[in-house]
Write a protein that binds this ligand. Sequence first.
Ligand SMILES: [Zn+2]
Length: 117
Amino acid sequence: MLTSLKVEWPESFYEMRRGVNCFMCAEGRPEENPIGLRIFSGEVSDAYLRRANIQRGLTIQTWRGPHVAEPTELDPADATGTNTTGKSVSRTFRKKGTFTYICGIHGSSMKTKVKVV
Ligand SMILES: [Zn+2]
């Protein structure tokens, strides 16, 4: 059996989880932010197309609902409209080619390639 030491985080981490000094709440829902330009504004999230020259089309989606560490912590009313496990996302690619998708949250451990023909 694997065990690990109990991890304690700085108090600022627990404050952020409660929404204290949260920079994402403080910015509101702007048309653009330091990440990039907002290309989607939904009921519970905004998506920003990154300005950084990392990957064409790289988009960061920001949750705009209550503070939680995992979506499973939401109560059912707040979870309405979230992308649950196994649900697909639909997007239109307008140019041919092979594009690498890297999850903005999970990083390169969650990536794939999209081939547009
Ligand atoms: Zn916040």
